[in-house]
Design a protein around this ligand. Structure first.
Ligand SMILES: C[S@@+](CC[C@H](N)C(=O)[O-])C[C@H]1O[C@@H](n2cnc3c(N)ncnc32)[C@H](O)[C@@H]1O
Length: 472
């Protein structure tokens, strides 16, 4: 291993995943916490003499970029952490880059990833959002502060020594937190960073609609029916009584080991977790950008999927609405539908004489959709995987798909193609899987007509794209 080797590097372009590309003696080095154009000293964190590439973290900036700023979150500030012989916590890997430049880099990464993985040149697209360098301008969303903080309505923490904690990127070490400024203000104001969670394995915090009161899901490894030896439950009740900003606490005991790689908010097998309300309610309420009849909000369990930026639901629906041609009386299919964000929009567009099919695999989330659309005759909610449904789809005016980070399976895309809808709108949180899936759709005879890039994850390398496909 080359651990602790220090290199002086001239840093090149930003790549997918938040690393800048540099070279050392012919070998590629992926450098974290850098800005393209800088000269830095970086410590090698991964790689051996036989590795094709190395990874390194910036510890000192010799020639800084004009786009560098002081990281607004001290515990995630790599330079500060290395000065104190510590590791920075992960989760805000773009925090050292100015707000406007973060979005410029995301645009470039998206364009380059589409070219590299999908062999798709987006610079020729005829869209209002085209930037001067042939990349899609990433849209800034309201709901964060000037430093791009306080937008997350959902945050997951580990627990160490009773304190809420997070890991540095690519590390298993848990670092106790003093705050988590990406989260909406009520999370910091609730006092939970000084609570004693000893006995818990992890804690998920949800601020429905970005507001208070918060709901906490406190996860333990033992059945929640048995009082833990650390007295966790009693302590949580006392703490909740002293904090008006925490409305509900739910103990979640894993009754079967969690599968690696499963996402926290879309548990497809909820039976392996036993949920029990300690304080407050078992469900939360999220405001809907498009009401369903007189229902202005959807009720769902806090572990069910909902977009994490407080402005994401309205921004995504607005973008889909701008791209789609969905007439009154028309038909739409919403795959990977969650609790029905886009189903609600499609139902309001198509009206009473239209038809909308909403397909979601996770049962708690799909149950929420079924309750939301109960009594709405033109909406059918199906709890199933997109894969099992795709070969039975009938033709429609529009298919919306919003898969998890891994993208859509090949047979989902082939099934959509065979059903021959008028339009496909693909919402993605990962440019790499989106580029792969776009290639497949293009090979099946579809063309990208429009793309929007939304900065749903400020201060991180993540981005969201919404793309419209039509037949070539
Ligand atoms: C990115 S979320 C989008 C949800 C919804 N469109 C929204 O914006 O609220 C992806 C959803 O797909 C669901 N999901 C994951 N794998 C699936 C599959 N194979 N088939 C159907 N749904 C799946 C997840 O449970 C999650 O609700």
């Amino acid at each position: 291993m080359t651990g602790h080797q220090i290199l002086t590097l001239a840093v090149g372009q930003m790549s997918h995943g938040g690393h800048c590309v540099a070279r050392h003696e012919g070998r590629v080095v992926f450098v974290r916490h850098a800005v393209p154009g800088e000269t830095v000293r970086a410590v090698v964190t991964d790689g051996s003499s036989t590795s094709r590439f190395w990874r390194a973290d910036v510890i000192d900036v010799l020639e800084g970029s004009d786009h560098r700023r002081r990281h607004p979150w001290k515990q995630a500030d790599a330079l500060r952490a290395y000065d104190h012989d510590q590791l920075p916590v992960g989760g805000a890997d773009y925090g050292h880059i100015t707000d406007v430049h973060q979005r410029r880099l995301k645009s470039q990464v998206f364009r380059d990833t589409m070219q590299r993985i999908g062999s798709i040149d987006i610079s020729t697209l005829d869209t209002d959002h085209m930037g001067p360098e042939g990349d899609i301008i990433a849209e800034h969303l309201p709901g964060a502060d000037a430093a791009g903080m306080h937008w997350r309505t959902r945050v997951s923490f580990g627990v160490v020594g009773g304190s809420l904690a997070m890991k540095p990127s690519r590390s298993h070490e848990l670092i106790p937190l003093r705050s988590m400024p990406l989260a909406v203000e009520s999370v910091g104001a609730s006092g939970i960073f000084s609570w004693n969670f000893a006995g818990a394995r992890s804690v998920d915090v949800v601020a429905p609609g970005g507001e208070e009161p918060l709901t906490l899901i406190v996860r333990t490894g033992s059945p929640s029916g048995s009082e833990s030896p650390t007295g966790l439950e009693g302590r949580l009740m006392d703490l909740a009584a002293s904090s008006p900003k925490v409305g509900s606490i739910i103990l979640a005991a894993e009754t079967a080991p969690s599968r690696r790689g499963r996402r926290r908010y879309d548990q497809l097998q909820p039976s392996s977790v036993d949920y029990r309300v300690v304080v407050g309610d078992r469900t939360i309420s999220e405001p809907l950008p498009t009401p369903v009849g007189d229902r202005l909000a959807v009720t769902l369990p806090p572990e069910g999927f909902w977009q994490i930026h407080r402005s994401a639901p309205s921004a995504l629906v607005r973008t889909v609405d701008r791209m789609a041609h969905l007439p009154a009386g028309g038909s739409a299919i919403d795959l990977y539908a969650g609790a029905g964000l886009f189903t609600a929009w499609a139902a309001s567009r198509t009206g009473a004489s239209g038809q909308v099919l909403s397909v979601e695999a996770a049962s708690p989330t799909s149950d929420a959709a079924r309750k939301l659309f109960a009594g709405v005759p033109n909406v059918e909610v199906v709890q199933a995987t997109a894969e099992s449904t795709a070969n039975r789809l009938v033709t429609s005016d529009l298919v919306v798909l919003d898969p998890p980070r891994t993208g859509a399976a090949k047979r989902v895309l082939s099934g959509i193609d065979a059903a021959d809808p008028g339009q496909i709108i693909y919402i993605s949180c990962d440019p790499a899987s989106f580029a792969r899936d776009s290639r497949l759709l293009c090979d099946l005879g579809w063309t990208i007509r429009d793309i929007a890039l939304l900065d749903l994850y400020p201060n991180t390398h993540h981005m969201e794209s919404v793309a419209l496909f039509e037949r070539s």
